[in-house]
Design a protein around this ligand. Structure first.
Ligand code: ATP
Ligand code: MG
Length: 584
């Protein structure tokens, strides 16, 4: 099955198709994904990744991974590594791994060329003055008093900036364009600033750093990028992008802008995500509640769900807010046919089967996945003492409660029909044990002369394995936590976004987990995509969360990286049903 089966609106794809038909760039498609390594990737980035890599894949082109590393103070190698892991995990591999910093010398040479042609000058205004001179949307800017410096003086000053002769911020190199342009980006934008900062790749080699605008388009051009896609806020930068390409007479890359992804109940700026991490509101960048790719991976979201989701939301030019329920729906959809069923009791209530022989153990057969015959079946131990979920018992229940009630009958999944004969309670009157009887004629057969509607899950007390289960909920309580500029988004943190409980799970899960932990220890790898596509080439490491299961009647879960052979930890990826839809 292909990710592209349901093509929704994607105007950039339409442009690529038209360009290829017109023979532009000989039909070649070269894209790039250009993260700044100043944080971990979030779900919004996956839209850009799926778009850039998806276009290259669909049209037999190439996509580079390019680190836009021109802000040394905020950038780190840790972020570079996490970004690479995340892109791989999403199922994509890049043609080339590039760094804007690899182009520093070329960018510098081009700056000298611009100076030589009178198209750039060294300016001594400080940051505040530069802003003042720039004017506003309604007022034109004023030319800098340094605008008319001679080529020789500019060249000399620029070389001395490069040589480290001046203080940080003392001078800038600016393009000489148009101080009266209605587009503020064209009012002599800064190309270089002086900054003595240690760079994670070039070390202390450069005391000057190029600006985003001066770097981005030229990097595209150097990589012969045919379709440079970015988010809408760069639309007004496009004339500048084109100005550099024309002034330098270099490969004509073209920029296209699309609407960024915004999700309800989520913040998606790296600055805010960094704040959540730094202030300990979450356990780290990969906290399963984080909207980061690493958080989603740890939470058990299958990469295919992201690719599907990005396919469904499409690519448009209109900013909008996407309901996170759509992502959750996509997750369930992908997980349903791909995860084995297991039984786990999150809130155990003891059941004693009074007519079942003491010490007897039967192995009952259970289908692994009704949606996938090839998943086969397993044998589960059944005995005199079981656990069922507290929520599946009500002493006095309404008619439609198709679970267990006092005096009532229910079927245990894959096993017998039982009847509740007696409820044992603690001092407060809460049930602590149910004494039930088994109808021995109901294993794989309907009970005689009556209908039993409910089916509940269970585990054998003697064989159950204890496991820590982490139940996640939305990190924020409101749809748009950062919409109100007057209020701190942290005010809307959901205090109940994590609940840790001890559950009883069927023994098969301990076997599943042991195998997974063994694979990780042995350094096992998986093909990049989670579909059968053997020609995809590269592999990615095995993660604990690659063990995904459905806890029957409860939700989808995965093994957490905190698990050991002695202690199993499971994360809830998503519940079987959307509990929020009802609340609205
Ligand atoms: P943030 O604002 O979260 O810090 P950014 O835009 O600064 O994000 P970059 O590392 O510069 O992050 O982004 C790399 C690429 O991903 C860019 O092309 C950017 O436009 C794109 N991107 C970032 N956020 C989103 C989003 N929410 N939806 C779609 N694309 C995005
Ligand atoms: Mg950015």
């Amino acid at each position: 099955m292909s990710d592209n089966e349901s093509q929704t609106s994607n105007f950039i794809r339409d442009i690529v198709i038209a360009d290829r038909e017109a023979g532009k760039h000989d039909g070649r498609v070269q894209t790039r994904f250009p993260p700044e390594p100043n944080g971990y990737l979030h779900i919004g980035h996956s839209k850009s990744i799926c778009l850039n890599f998806g276009l290259a894949r669909e049209f037999g082109g190439k996509c580079n991974l390019r680190f836009d590393d021109t802000n040394p103070e905020k950038e780190e190698t840790e972020y570079v590594e996490s970004i690479k892991a995340d892109v791989h995990w999403l199922g994509f591999h890049w043609a080339r791994e590039c760094y804007a910093s690899d182009y520093f010398q070329q960018l510098y040479d081009w700056a000298e060329k611009l100076i030589g042609e009178g198209k750039a000058y060294v300016c001594d205004l400080n940051a505040e003055q530069t802003r003042e001179y720039r004017g506003t949307l309604t007022e034109p800017g004023k030319p800098s008093p340094f605008r008319e410096r001679s080529v020789d003086e500019n060249l000399d000053l620029f070389r001395r900036m490069r040589a480290g002769e001046f203080e940080d911020g003392a001078r800038t190199l600016r393009a000489k364009i148009d101080m009266a342009s209605p587009n503020l980006n064209l009012r002599d934008p800064v190309l270089y600033r002086i900054k003595r900062a240690h760079h994670h790749r070039t070390g202390d080699e450069w005391p000057i750093y190029p600006s985003y605008d001066y770097t981005h388009g030229q990097s595209d051009s150097l990589e012969k990028v045919t379709h440079s896609v970015c988010t809408l806020e760069f639309e007004t930068h496009r004339p500048l992008y084109e100005w550099f390409i024309q002034a330098l007479e270099i490969f004509p890359s073209h920029q296209y802008e699309f609407a960024r992804l915004n999700l309800t109940y989520t913040v998606m700026s790296k600055r805010k995500l960094l704040q959540l991490v730094k202030e300990g509101k979450v356990s780290g960048w990969d906290d399963p509640r984080m909207p980061t790719i690493s958080g989603a991976r740890r939470r058990g979201v299958p990469p295919l769900a992201f690719r599907r989701f990005c396919e469904i939301i499409g690519v448009t030019k209109f900013n909008s807010l996407t309901d996170i329920a759509l992502l959750e729906h996509t997750m369930r959809d992908v997980l349903n046919s791909r995860t084995p069923r297991r039984m786990a009791v999150l809130n155990p209530l003891k059941v004693t089967l009074t007519n079942y022989p003491e010490g007897k153990v039967e192995m009952v057969e259970a289908i692994n996945n009704p949606e996938d015959e090839s998943a086969g079946s397993r044998k589960i131990p059944f005995g005199r003492t079981l656990y069922i979920d507290h929520d599946d018992f009500l002493e006095e229940a309404p008619k439609k409660f198709f679970r267990l009630k006092a005096g009532g009958e229910v079927r245990l999944r894959n096993s017998y029909v039982i009847k509740c004969e007696e409820v044992v309670k603690d001092e407060s009157g809460a049930p602590i044990e149910l004494k039930c009887t088994v109808d021995f004629k109901t294993l794989g057969a309907n009970p005689e002369g009556r209908k039993v509607k409910g089916v509940i899950h269970w585990v054998s007390a003697a064989h159950a394995v204890k496991a820590e289960v982490r139940l996640y909920d939305r990190l924020f309580t409101v749809e748009r936590p950062d919409a109100d500029k007057e209020r701190d988004f942290l005010e809307f943190l959901n205090p109940d976004s994590l609940q840790v409980i001890e559950a009883m799970v069927e023994p098969e899960l301990a076997i599943d987990a042991a195998q997974t932990l063994e694979k990780i220890k042995a350094g096992a790898k998986l093909p990049l995509r989670d579909e059968q596509s053997p020609d995809e080439g590269p592999m990615r490491p095995y993660y604990a969360s690659d063990l995904r299961v459905q806890f029957e009647r409860v939700g989808y879960f995965c093994l957490d990286a905190d698990s050991t052979a002695q202690k199993l930890v499971f994360n809830r990826t998503v519940a079987l049903k959307d509990s929020w839809a009802k609340q609205k």
